[in-house]
Ligand binder design. Sequence first.
Ligand SMILES: *Cc1c(COP(=O)(O)O)cnc(C)c1O
Length: 381
Amino acid sequence: MHFETRAIHDGQEPDPATGAVTVPIYQTSTFVQDAVGVHKGYDYARVANPTRTALQECLASLESADHGIAFSSGLGATTTLMHLVDPGQRVVLIADVYGGVYRMTSQVYEPKGYQFEYVPADQFANLREHLDENTRMVWIESPSNPLLNIVDIRAAADAAHEVGAMLVVDNTFATPYLQRPLELGADVVVHSTTKYLGGHSDTIGGFAATNDPTIAERLYFLQKSLGAVPGPFDSWLVLRGIKTLAVRMRKHCENAMAIAAWLDLHPRVERVFYPGLPTHPGHTIAAHQMHDFGGMVSFLAESEREAVALVARTKVFQLAESLGGVESLIEVPALMTHASTANAPFAAPRNLVRLSVGIEAVEDLVSDLDNALVPAAVARA
Ligand SMILES: *Cc1c(COP(=O)(O)O)cnc(C)c1O
């Protein structure tokens, strides 16, 4: 069946007890047993909960995965995946990785003896040179956060597999509607469901999926053993968000493309980063491995001062961290989402502005940005 149909139905049979069309929120911590070990598949809610099961089955289907495992947050999924690596082993990450992932690798796992190397996106053509037999994992984002760099997922998978490493793709920016990394050779796909999958900026969640039965078995074990699980209500909110993922993503992409093209011509914008623009260095690969180019757009303001000033002037775009909700958000990554990478060699440019383009009327978004870029005082001068 097609993506839109699976998003609404997979994992979501009418409730066997009552016939409820919508999967109920099974707000319970434990389940009664008829005799010791005799139960309906559920014994304790950290191990499994029916609302969470529905989410896992639905999202696994959308990522073309046999196995899906839900977590309490994107970083909950990340820290659990890092337990597939042992101290002393190497992980190679894309340099402009999500700031919170960098904080985790550099400040939590590196002191424990894990080895990390951060490879800039433009050096991924030579990825193999950065890998050795001790490399257990390659971790990429495509499009990346916040510079919207594109990595050729199939080529990265081939390079990783040559040394016996697994490729993990953080698919938060693209969502399975636009890109399915497992179909391109990735071993694990990971999400912050907080973003487009939830889609309404009202919950925090994470997810990982794989077709590798050994990795899956280990992840199910780690999910219950480390305990970073989502509650039933949070699982339900993500499940509800996913039902409209396809229609929301189409509008996010349409609005983002229009805004990127408009910013590209704006005299007060130095440079625009959007993989849908033909001038973007990753455009050809993105066009090949994605169905469309996503809702995230970044651009360089004239200076850090101008970046800070303009994000405070927008009225429809709200100044906030996070992304992927129906409402448009604006931020300065170097001072906000990516502040923890400030001292890294690949810190976000300080005059970079990141937009999460929502699904409002695009005319209102464009005029809001125009008013912020050219405030009345400047226009009169
Ligand atoms: C937000 C985000 C994360 C972290 O997810 P949380 O749900 O905030 O823990 C990881 N990767 C990317 C690309 C993100 O945008």
